[in-house]
Design a protein around this ligand. Structure first.
Ligand code: COA
Length: 343
């Protein structure tokens, strides 16, 4: 090899320039969903902290939710769609294998010809996206990256399922990441444990559904129906409590900080009891603002961390410049944590 390649000129630092969110239009209180699972408003409040969840109308599409959140984030960042170089959409509820919803969203926003692709990392998806956006901006491969976490979980719920469906909500959260004079996104601590892939899962693979629907029901596929989600709730709960505090501590240390430097804690909105346990195990004091969006939004998977961020900022519990520790974890199993400076 004789030729010497040129590489992109790196940028010193990146930060989140703006966040935005959009929740499903309908407020669905516990009382509306307890019948088919023989539960109660009291049980759900006590065991999960959820009072109501937001669900999108049947006519509202995943792209509608993503576009609303993305436009709000662009507005907050003061960035025009034409300035976006890459669009990353994290979701596990898009029905089309290809093209990506990121490409569709990019066109809707007027961000063409930005690079566009989807990320499948369930409830860690937004934090995975922030990790990638940070790396892209710092390496110089993109100047402004739009990261969206969007889910219409209601398309994957089984109203008779007691394991996960009652937790789930619909919405989208987005962030614009761009260059910065000082670091605004710390190193990401992330990983996976595929040996636990059946702990949170889709009931049937699409192929089984297709065979059962289109070709008569072959042996072994009796009972195959529209795939929905299930989980081994207590197993997930224990995994989060035993593993995620260390991931969170490593993210804080990697950013060169101590837990006492954290102003805001934004965990994935899985269960209020999980959030409370993490706050306790990380020894976060009462002065730390904590994302508790789950109470009124439910668990929106990839959208939950940015939606919780959006609420904290909108309601004034957190402010621009605050140092936030965010952590996502979920089906895979996968996880990602990083410290960010709030826009
Ligand atoms: C799903 C979850 C709320 C269940 O709560 P839990 O406290 O673990 O409940 P358990 O499964 O141990 O069941 C406790 C009791 O409640 C009952 N129960 C379980 N689900 C119920 C429901 N939806 N409504 C009413 N009762 C229920 C069980 O039958 C059991 O009754 P028993 O004591 O008479 O046997 C909880 O495990 C959870 O939130 N897990 C993690 C969620 C999560 O992070 N998901 C991943 C997405 S990222």
């Amino acid at each position: 090899m004789t030729a010497t390649l040129r590489q992109t000129a790196p940028t010193t630092a990146s930060r989140i320039l703006g966040v935005g969110g959009l929740r499903g239009e309908d407020v669905v209180p516990n009382d509306e969903i307890v019948g088919p699972i023989n539960s109660s408003d009291e049980w759900i409040r006590q065991r999960t902290g959820i009072v109501s969840r937001r669900r999108a109308k049947p006519t509202t599409t995943l792209a509608d939710l993503a576009e609303g959140a993305a436009r709000a984030a662009l507005d907050a960042a003061g960035i025009d769609a034409s300035q976006v170089d890459a669009v990353l959409v994290s979701t596990v509820t898009y029905f089309e294998q290809t093209p990506s919803i990121a490409a569709v969203l990019t066109d809707r926003l007027g961000a063409t010809p930005a690079a566009a692709y989807d990320i499948s990392a369930a409830c860690a998806g937004y934090c995975y996206g922030i990790a990638q956006a940070d790396a892209m901006v710092r390496s110089g491969v993109a100047r402004h990256v739009l990261v969206v976490g969007v889910e219409k979980m209601s398309d994957f719920i089984d109203p008779t399922d007691r394991t996960i469906s009652f937790l789930l909500g619909d919405g989208a959260g987005a962030a614009v990441v761009g260059p910065s004079d000082v670091p605004g996104i710390g190193p990401t601590v992330w990983g996976s444990d595929g040996a636990q892939s059946r702990v949170i899962f889709q009931t049937e693979p699409w192929l089984a559904f297709r065979r059962a629907a289109g070709e008569g029901v072959p042996a072994g596929l009796e009972g195959v129906s529209w795939p929905t989600l299930r989980q081994e709730g207590p197993t997930v709960f224990k995994w989060v409590i035993s593993q995620m505090p260390d991931v969170a501590r490593r993210a804080v240390a990697a950013a060169g900080l101590e837990m006492g430097d954290i102003d805001v804690f934004i965990p994935h909105q899985a269960n209020m009891r999980i959030t409370d346990q993490l706050v306790k195990l990380l020894k976060l004091g009462p002065e730390v603002a904590v994302g508790r969006d789950i109470a009124e939004t439910g668990n929106t998977s990839a959208a939950s961390v940015p939606l919780a961020t959006e609420r904290l900022l909108r309601e004034g519990a957190a402010k621009s410049g605050d140092v936030a520790l965010q952590i996502g974890f979920g089906a895979g199993l996968v996880y990602a944590a990083q410290v960010v400076v709030l826009p």
